[in-house]
Design a protein around this ligand. Structure first.
Ligand code: C5P
Length: 248
């Protein structure tokens, strides 16, 4: 199973993103050169709403042309027909991973998968479709008090993951705390993509449930998504190297 560190490029512009990636890519070259793991040379990056809406699809082409794998994190959540057509467009961009909210239900997720595969028909390597279970900024108290979901958090995550699997998705975005349970319920091949990662010295920012890269590895995460611990570090390249060495 491919494991990798996905760097969340939560920047406002393509310029800022490329400047940042130039720094961490050099480190990737060094780590990959002396490592046994067979990885793409460029860091796997995550493009979120801010950058995608600011720069449009060109940002994906720019990153793909530079050799990066791209996780397009737009977290779709709408009626099945709208999500299907939108996923078809996203699939045509050649993204490697894309996501939606499992809260949209099984029919929406099935429609998303069908649309994505139509859009990506010309690519031999098909994009992974991943469902968000609960945002890592949401805790059980928020779920109970604001969302009126009175089940325990782990039960909700488990059910959403099972729904995603039933709909034919490749995996879920979840907290690393839930990775082992998701694998138990949905199988070892069902991918767990886990944000909410912090180097031990970091503060949690707005994340409620956090783990270090080494803890996430031990918990069985397939991909960790790391943003501010790298992007806001004094030396992003050192922080990236530390994360990669601890996780891979
Ligand atoms: O900076 P930080 O490491 O907290 O960034 C985490 C990234 O993962 C952000 O881009 C955030 O949008 C994303 N994410 C998350 N929780 C989810 C899904 C995505 O934090 N459930």
């Amino acid at each position: 199973m491919a494991k990798d560190v996905i760097v969340a490029c939560d920047f406002a512009s393509a310029d800022e993103t490329i400047k940042f990636l130039d720094k961490v890519t050099r480190i990737r070259d060094e780590v990959v050169a002396c490592d046994h793991v067979n990885l793409a040379k460029r860091p796997f990056v995550k493009i979120g709403m801010e950058l995608f809406y600011a720069e449009g699809p060109q940002i994906i082409k720019t990153l793909k042309d530079r050799g990066h794998k791209v996780f397009l994190d737009l977290k779709l959540h709408d009626i099945p027909n709208t999500v299907k057509k939108t996923m078809q467009v996203l699939g045509s961009y050649g993204v490697d991973m894309v996501n939606l909210h499992a809260a949209g239900g099984i029919e929406m997720m099935e429609a998303a998968k069908a649309g994505l595969m139509l859009g990506a028909a010309r690519f031999s390597e098909k994009p992974k479709l991943i469902a968000v279970t609960q945002l890592t900024s949401t805790d059980e108290e928020i779920m109970h008090r604001e969302l009126l979901i009175d089940k325990p958090l782990d039960e909700v995550v488990r059910q959403y993951a099972l729904n995603a699997k039933e709909a034919g998705l490749d995996g879920v975005v979840c907290s690393a705390f839930e990775a082992a349970e998701v694998h138990d319920f949905c199988g070892a091949d069902f991918l767990t993509v886990t944000p909410g990662i912090r180097l031990s010295k970091d503060g949690a920012d707005d994340q409620k449930r956090v783990m270090t890269p080494a803890e996430a590895k031990a918990a069985g995460s397939d991909y960790i998504v790391v943003g501010r611990p790298i992007t806001a570090a004094d030396k992003p390249s050192d922080a990236y190297a530390e994360v990669v060495e601890a996780f891979l």
